[in-house]
Structure formats: C-alpha cells, structure tokens
Design a protein around this ligand. Structure first.
Ligand code: NAD
Ligand code: ZN
Ligand code: ZN
Length: 349
C-alpha cells in the first residue's frame, strides 16, 4: 500500500510503498476510513532533528477512524468490521496515568520514543493502520468513520481543555476562543454544549469568524490589525473579563491578546503550538489566573466526545480529499485555505 511518510526532518513528506502490516498478539489492524489533517502535521515537518526522539520514517496522520480489519492473537471485545475511532496518544498502557485513561500524560512517555501513530509511529495516511492495543479503539456506533476521524483530535483536544475548567464557566461568564480552525470550530460548539458561558471568537479571517457565529459565538473579533481587539472584548466582558481563554494558535500576538483579556481567578489555556511565550510571575497576569498547556485528551474523554457527536450536540465541518491529494491539502492548510477540517480518505484515491 502507499503511505504518506515523513522520511527526513524539515523535508516534505513522501509517498512510499510499504507492506500492509500484520497484527501481532494484542494488536489490531484498522482499515482507515479517514485521517484528519492537523496543523500539528505542519509544525512537525518544520521541527529540526532532535526536537522529539522519534525515529524516521513514519507514516503521518494522527487523527484517525476506520473499521476493524484483522484482530491479532488474543484480542477480545472488538469485532471485525466494527467502526472505531483511534485514540491518538499511545501510552505504555500500564503506568498510573495510562490506567486512569490519561495516556496523553503517560508517565513513561520518554521511554516510548513516539507519541502515537502519525507522531513517531506509523499513522493513518495509508490504507491500513496498525494499532498496538485494542484499548486504543473507541466504538463509533452509527457514526461513519470518514466523518468521525476529527473527533479524535480536533474535538478531543478542546474537549479536554474545556472539561477540566467547567467549574470556572458559570452561566454569565465569558470565554474566548482564539483561532477558529480545526480545533477552534469544535471548541466553540463544545463550549456551547457544555457550559452556560457566552462565547467570543477571535481570528484573523472573516470567513472563519462568520463560521464561528454560525456555530454559536455571540461576539466575533478580527484581531488582524491588533490594536482594538482587546478593547472590543473587554467592552463585551466588562470588568470581570474572560473566565477562560482557549488559545488555539499560541503565537506571540495571540498570547499577548490573551493576557490582556483574562480576568481574576481565570484560566488561560494554550493548545496552539505557535511558538509564543507568556511571562509568568506576580503582576504579569491577573491574580489567580492559571496557565496550562495541555496535550490532547484522555481515552474516556474520547468516548464522551463521540457521545456528543452521536447525540448531535457537536459536528465536524469537514472537507474530504483522497490521500494522494495530501501535499496539496497540507499546502492549503498552511496558507489558511482550509475551513473546519480537511480529512484524507483512502477510498477517494
Ligand atoms: P488550523 O490551521 O485548522 O486553524 C488555525 C486557526 O487559527 C485558523 O482559523 C487561522 O485563521 C487562525 N489564526 C492563525 N493565526 C492567527 C492569529 N495570529 N490570530 C488569530 N487567529 C489566527 O489549525 P488546527 O489544526 O486547529 O491547530 C491549531 C493549533 O493547535 C496548532 O498549533 C496545532 O499544532 C495545535 N494542536 C495542539 C494540540 C494539543 O494537544 N495541544 C492538538 C492538536 C493541535
Ligand atoms: Zn493534531
Ligand atoms: Zn503510561
């Protein structure tokens, strides 16, 4: 089968012919339905060698869903043909964090030399994906894997960020989502579904702000020219300012904006890997403001995200392409031309 692989750091990925893997004991072969193109794919291609201790080559694609194709010896509780989302952060499965389903915070991450499929190990930009353990598969029920793939990252990551802070989001508080792309368009919906907070969306692209408004944002602010974005948001929030800012960009201008709009005892969560830095110390932030840079979400949370999608409370606005179109899709993602999420679908090749 053809696989879209990263073969050298700071070089474009390449299509390579690889063997369809055979699942060993405990492993599961998944036929890929869809693999989302995440902005992290662009970051990781730009990283210099040594940023992470990952071996090359590996197949890209860390946001995957599909159908169980072959069960390795001893695998129980999953059926061949079943539709599944693939939980992305593949931990050791045995440390306390992993046993609590928090494989995104596996205590032995440094030993594993990979974060998961598409991030150091072979991912979903191929016809088949080898998943190392059945516990990493979450049943999709009636959801189509082609549509559901982005739930495993674009939705799970903001879900985790929001859920751990729900106690701060009382009705009447204001929350600000910065960057309404793949993650951000899910974040707006998740905040609407889970909290009574009023949602503000910030982006530099008016089309995405229109999208955010359709998804339930009450105020949308274009921060392209910088100057008055903070003022407009503060006029909306009043002196209390934002209870929660979720920065899905993480660049210097967005972090600078975030610091100006968070309130006392608030939460500033940065999921975007844009390279910006926040000065942290007394008097640099409002009193009681917590800052967090989470990674992805837990296995149990992926199940919860899937339940929200099954119940129609959230949906992915996706655009579908064949895997052969991968290079063009990544280029369009880089240029900011992809609205919502692009999903690469082997069956469209
Ligand atoms: P995306 O390209 O789909 O969306 C990015 C959005 O940010 C776009 O709407 C773009 O217009 C907007 N934007 C860009 N620069 C901006 C600026 N200066 N001010 C305001 N808006 C701006 O990207 P995505 O796939 O949603 O990923 C978002 C970020 O989250 C990336 O950095 C990605 O690496 C990161 N990420 C982190 C995790 C995690 O676990 N921490 C998981 C997935 C993705
Ligand atoms: Zn991602
Ligand atoms: Zn672990």
């Amino acid at each position: 089968m053809k696989a879209y692989q990263l073969t050298a750091w700071q070089q474009p990925p390449e299509f390579r012919d690889v063997e369809v893997p055979e699942p060993g004991p405990g492993q599961v072969l998944v036929k890929v339905g869809g693999a989302g193109a995440c902005h992290s794919d662009l970051h990781l291609m730009e990283w210099p060698e040594g940023t992470f201790a990952w071996d090359l080559p590996f197949t890209l694609g860390h946001e995957n869903a599909g159908w169980v194709e072959v069960l390795g010896a001893g695998v129980k509780g999953v059926e061949v043909g079943e539709a599944v989302a693939v939980y992305g952060p593949w931990g050791c499965g045995r440390c306390r964090a992993c046993r609590l389903s928090r494989e995104n915070f596996c205590e032995r991450a440094a030993e594993l030399r990979a974060l998961g499929g598409g991030l150091g190990l072979n991912g979903g930009l191929a016809e088949y994906l080898l998943v190392p353990a059945a516990r990493l598969l979450v049943p999709l029920g009636d959801l189509d894997p082609v549509d559901a793939a982005p739930l495993s990252d674009a939705a799970l990551t903001p879900y985790h960020a929001v859920k751990r802070n729900l106690h701060k989001l009382a009705p009447g508080t204001a929350v600000v989502v910065i960057g309404v792309g793949g993650l951000g368009h899910m974040a707006v919906q998740l905040l609407r579904a889970l909290s009574g907070a009023r949602v503000v969306a910030v982006d530099i692209d008016d089309r995405r702000l229109e999208h955010a408004r359709e998804l339930g944002a009450e105020l949308v602010v274009n921060s392209r020219d910088g100057a008055d974005a903070a003022e407009r948001i503060r006029a909306f929030t009043g002196a209390r300012r934002a209870a929660f800012v979720l920065d899905c960009v993480g660049a210097q201008p967005t972090l600078d904006l975030a610091v100006q709009i968070v309130g006392r005892n608030s939460q500033l969560t940065v999921v975007g890997v844009g390279g910006g830095v926040i000065q942290l110390g007394q008097l640099t932030l409002p009193f009681g403001c917590s800052v967090c840079t989470p990674l992805w979400g837990t296995r149990a949370e992926l199940q919860e995200v899937i339940a929200l999608a099954q119940n129609g409370r959230i949906h992915v606005d996706a655009h579908y392409f064949g895997i052969a179109e991968g290079p063009r899709v990544l280029q369009e993602l880089r240029e900011g031309k992809i609205m919502g999420r692009a999903v690469l679908v082997p069956d469209l090749d």
